[in-house]
Design a protein around this ligand. Structure first.
Ligand SMILES: [Fe+2]
Length: 159
């Protein structure tokens, strides 16, 4: 029923949507890049605490948009439809969004309560952020791999 041409064309359109999403995510990368140098050392963080508070709130908003765009565009569904063997991986990645968002929301709330006179409290908070950042980076990398695998499958690469 489905010929190769229509499947390939459909996937190409989806890849264009994906590029739009990733382009829109420049804001997200900019925020993460601004937080990185502030969160590496407790003294830098303390010196820039109000800025850090604002950036974490921005990150929260941006991630809400980021996850909803990914889910609304439905590239997970597309990956599943075109490569059913990838569905378990796709479901797993989609399932990470709520917990990732819960973590960053918690950090954006907690940053307001940290006693910046207490280095241990500051360091504990920064460790929490760095842990989140690593989880999020791994999630993004896994999504990109899923999409590339789906494209390879659809185009018959590796068969
Ligand atoms: Fe995601």
């Amino acid at each position: 029923m489905t010929n190769i041409d229509s499947r390939t064309r459909h996937l190409a359109v989806n890849a264009a949507f994906l590029k739009d999403i990733k382009d829109d995510n420049h804001d997200l990368k900019a925020i993460v890049d601004q937080i990185a140098p502030l969160s590496e050392h407790y003294q830098t963080a303390i010196n820039h605490w109000p800025e850090l508070v604002g950036l974490l709130e921005q990150l929260c908003d941006q991630l809400a948009l980021h996850f909803s765009l990914e889910e609304a565009y439905g590239y997970f569904d597309d990956a599943v439809n075109h490569a059913p063997q990838l569905s378990v991986n796709a479901e797993c990645l989609r399932g990470q969004h709520p917990s990732l968002f819960k973590t960053i929301r918690g950090l954006a709330d907690k940053v307001l309560e940290v006693n910046t006179d207490n280095i241990e409290h500051v360091q504990k908070f920064l460790n929490g952020y760095q842990s989140f950042q690593q989880q999020f980076a791994a999630h993004e990398e896994a999504e990109l791999k899923l999409i590339l695998d789906a494209m390879d499958d659809d185009l018959g690469v590796g068969d």
